[in-house]
Design a protein around this ligand. Sequence first.
Ligand code: PLP
Length: 434
Amino acid sequence: MSTAYDLDRKHVFHSWSAQAEITPMVITAARGSYVWDDEDRRYLDFSSQLVFTNIGHQHPRVVAAIKEQADRLCTIAPQHANEQRAQAAELIAGLAPDGFEKVFFTNGGADANEHAIRMARLHTGRFKVLSTYRSYHGGTQTAINVTGDPRRWANDTATDGVVHFFGPFRYRSEFHASTEQEECDRALAHLRRTIEAEGPDTIATIILETIPGTAGIFAPPPGYLAGVRELCDRHGIVMILDEVMAGFGRAGSWLALDRYDVVPDLITFAKGVNSGYVPLGGVIISDPIAATFDHRPYPGGLTYSGHPLACAAAVATIQTMRDEGIVENADRLGREILGPGLAAIAERHACVGDVRGVGAFWALDLVTDRATKAMLPPAALNEVVAACKSAGLLPFANTNRIHVVPPCTMSDDEAREGLAILDEALKAGDQHVG
Ligand code: PLP
């Protein structure tokens, strides 16, 4: 093991981990769809790290933009205007539907959601936040309370006015639905009841991931988001769509909401906006909410809001994604390679209960019994992950699932190479079936 490993284990306190039980891989280099470890082993990155390197690793145009900006002006406080920040805001607002002109910059996704919720509360003068049980919105205090996944349990202060409800998820339906339409109708009826029971006039906002990611990558049925929009309109509730993971090409569209007929009031982003080359996130604000703060100070901010290096990386990322057709590549990759490839894999492996996704955003739901949908236990999932890694593939694993979330730049041959490794590795999962 290298010095980096020893120093890491001695001094670095890792996220979401029991510190004595982890053996982090030392990554020393990365390029395009690949990363290398400290023994010079190469891995195909089917994880995009934490689903953020949408443009691939070390894209030369983004690296050059950061270097150029570093030479010119490393940093400037948020109260000043700056060319890269202004240009990034213009480009990002330009990706939202009409009626969104302003962007508030943060350092990542959690703080983007914190600020979106704060804006919604100040705009409505109400406090409660509705969010789904199957969601992840970030690790800071309000964001983790709003999150549904079990990582919330240890953090929940129960003081944030958050009320959870179930969104639609056909494969593991809470609503015993047998069609997409039924799932949609019943999920909307459940939300309607939740709003009534909580008191519509107490609810500031409903926050949803456009396509829930960490919780399992399940696109909402057609009509669901429009139905939520209608409920928000009826009761004066602010609709926040969290595009932190699903946005910037991941779902094969610039924003995942482009796939739906819906216009929210606030859109949060991070990750793919500049592929995490320098931390950046933010809130795209609809004009009426932005107007709330025309003559009333917005009570919030961050020292590094709109950091010039991060914004230079965002400008270069968006322009490069446009010039190189990277969003289109993710869409095509999903339709022509990943979707059909994963469907074929599912036919060969009894441990695959469900395949779902779009663009460069796919999940395999692994089970020990297809009929009962009993989840593959963590130890068995670890065996699948270990088999992937030893064959040179880095997957993203969560609960009982493998997420196939490669860079949006991935070539067809690379995707086929990764699918072949995954196909072989899933034999470890099949051992646990029945
Ligand atoms: N929202 C969603 C949908 C996410 O997937 C994540 C992170 O995975 C976040 C928010 C939090 O982002 P960050 O870790 O940058 O704070």
